[in-house]
Design a protein around this ligand. Structure first.
Ligand SMILES: [Ca+2]
Ligand SMILES: [Ca+2]
Length: 152
């Protein structure tokens, strides 16, 4: 009985040691995220008059760079002025991309529509922020006052 109890104590101690050591040997926390912004067209082509076609000429694309499908349910895309788009049930396959359009439209496996009636991304500089369902910042994409699109 005593021996068994002692062995249990040793096993628990060993488990605690492994647990304590694990973080140091785990992969770097700042490794590139699996889900990232890949491209943004912040200045819709032509005059920004607010028609739906023009609003959908403004978009941002998110890519799954990992080799496994990822659920984006509850994930958000926002600008610095806190306009927030939240994904409903949505899964991004390995290597696949989803484009979030500012205007209205019918959602598909690769297209999502924010449903806004005015532009979100400032032509003269802005930052897009991607957060996961628990609110952790996963990626950002920033641009300045020149050009109309950018690879993130
Ligand atoms: Ca814009
Ligand atoms: Ca424009």
């Amino acid at each position: 009985m005593l021996a068994a109890r002692r062995l249990t104590a040793i096993a628990v101690a060993a488990a605690i040691t492994v647990f304590a050591v694990a973080p140091a040997t785990a992969p770097a926390a700042d490794a590139a995220p699996a889900i990232q912004f890949s491209y943004v067209q912040y200045n819709s082509p032509g005059s920004d008059r607010g028609g739906n076609t023009s609003l959908n000429g403004e978009y941002i694309t998110i890519k799954n760079r990992s080799t496994v499908a990822k659920s984006l349910k509850g994930w958000t895309v926002r600008d610095v002025a806190n306009h927030v788009y939240r994904f409903g049930s949505f899964t991004l396959k390995p290597g696949a991309s989803v484009t979030l359009y500012t205007g209205k439209g019918t959602n598909t496996a690769s297209k999502r529509y924010w449903g806004q009636s005015w532009y979100i991304w400032n032509n003269d500089g802005d930052t897009a922020i991607l957060k996961n369902a628990s609110g952790t910042r996963i990626d950002t994409c920033s641009w300045g006052s020149s050009g109309s699109a950018k690879r993130c």
